[in-house]
Design a protein around this ligand. Sequence first.
Ligand SMILES: Cc1cc2nc3c(=O)[nH]c(=O)nc-3n(C[C@H](O)[C@H](O)[C@H](O)COP(=O)(O)OP(=O)(O)OC[C@H]3O[C@@H](n4cnc5c(N)ncnc54)[C@H](O)[C@@H]3O)c2cc1C
Length: 526
Amino acid sequence: MKQTADVLIVGSGAAGLTAALNLAETHKVAVIAKGSLSEGATSWAQGGIAAVLEEGDSFEAHVKDTMIAGAGLNDIHVVEHVVEAAPRAIQHLIDLGVPFAQEGNALHLTREGGHSHRRIVHVADATGYAVQQALEGAAAKHPNITLVPDMVAIDLVTGRHAAQFSTSGAVHGLYAYNRKKKRVETLTGKATILATGGAGRAYLYSTAPRGATGDGIAMAWRAGCRVSNMEMMQFHPTCLYNLQVKNFLITEAVRGEGGQLKLPTNGERFMPKFDKRAELAPRDIVARAIDHEIKRLGLDYVHLDISHRDPEFVREHFPNIYEKLLGLGIDITAQPIPVVPAQHYTCGGVVIDLHGCTDAPGLYAAGEVTQSGLHGANRLASNSLLECLVFGEAAAKHITANFGDLPDVPDILAWDESRVTDSDEEVVIAQTWGEIRRFMWNYVGIVRTTKRLERAKHRIDMLRQEVKEYYAHFRVTPDLIELRNLVEVADLIIRSALSRHESRGLHYTLDYPGLLPEAKDTVLVP
Ligand SMILES: Cc1cc2nc3c(=O)[nH]c(=O)nc-3n(C[C@H](O)[C@H](O)[C@H](O)COP(=O)(O)OP(=O)(O)OC[C@H]3O[C@@H](n4cnc5c(N)ncnc54)[C@H](O)[C@@H]3O)c2cc1C
């Protein structure tokens, strides 16, 4: 059987393409993406990338800020490693042509919540798009890199799929659904890197792209890898509530410029009763307060109101939001904006070491799909693209240095469709997807209780069984592949949340409001 490439990379965002570019001088690389190449979260990143570049700033300060945000759950060695690698990672992007904003001869640095210094490099408010374009452009030009859009990974291929059955646990590639040819193909390589992004779409409201269904986490878990800290889901306080547009962020600057949070029922402003900083309290406090009011009153949303400010000021400061919402029939100079908190970032994921190695020989992972030890219980703003760059490169280096020792690819059995037929009840997929996202939102969201988590567990157990049966009977489709992963990942989130008996970072439960003396990762073992 002909090997597809030396190295297979699942995911064409910052992590996957960084790994590809670092491997391509010495190896043939194939990068697959389940839709178009730019569809991941990388293109959507707005703020920027954190690195110590300002005089007076220090690695120690960046490490300290990251540890404070992560509520001490971070691995300090990993944090130090990533923080120290940051300036070089930024230089690589500059070499690739990313047009970071300048101030005189130096990079312009902004400051974000949780950072004690100005240290965010950015390209206006569309940094991720510029990074994605630069990485994609360089990868497309490289003769050793093959970019394959519309290829949906289904499962990792291990010795269990070899003609000569083996339980070594080594990964030799993957089965993937080719959307254009509408068939499952076997892709093989000596090493496979998962760079599939997060799992935000397990929640009803999420700022993450449509494809953030935790595919890499579920695939690694099924292949026998440990998964960690899945209860640590980051929520952004204000996402537009709209049944058509589910992931439009309303920047925190609206609150910064006087926007007030009010109950839609009677117009009452509620933040002052939760925190003396009112609307200017930190993100997690505002998100929890909104969640509290929504649950207490059975609301769908609350209002964010900036209509008391001069209309000209509002239009000038928030031109994009003004235009976007006007198109949806909301004039923000005269009307309040319906908002809900939304899932924003997946801190947990596949356990990796400093080289991006997972538990399975031949399998690596980088980026939002991982739990590297960097973020701990809460991600510090703008540390996530950085993580993609550092671990994408680390995985590539480890593969290059150890290529000769990686297991050879055996003969792999072709995908077996002999016992399945085309589905005659696709409705099951949309229905189950909707159910999961709704109860994850209501029961496993910002404020948790053991009772709600147990309710969610009962439901996910039932749905897992239903999806398992459906998967066993019908041919795979991209929607079914995603649903199967989503159900797996939702289960991992619920189990992780149930097992943490404290409130730390992003995990806040009314049944265990205190902090345990020792910070410990939640590690699930398959
Ligand atoms: C609105 C928004 C704003 C953000 N702003 C910032 C910011 O300012 N700074 C910052 O540091 N971070 C920010 N983040 C987070 C950051 O963008 C992500 O953490 C990061 O881009 C993740 O990159 P990645 O390479 O891990 O995955 P992604 O960029 O999400 O790419 C995932 C890739 O995997 C592919 N894939 C997934 N499943 C499969 C499958 N089954 N088969 C084949 N391919 C698959 C996808 O097609 C895609 O190519 C933001 C996120 C969002 C949503």
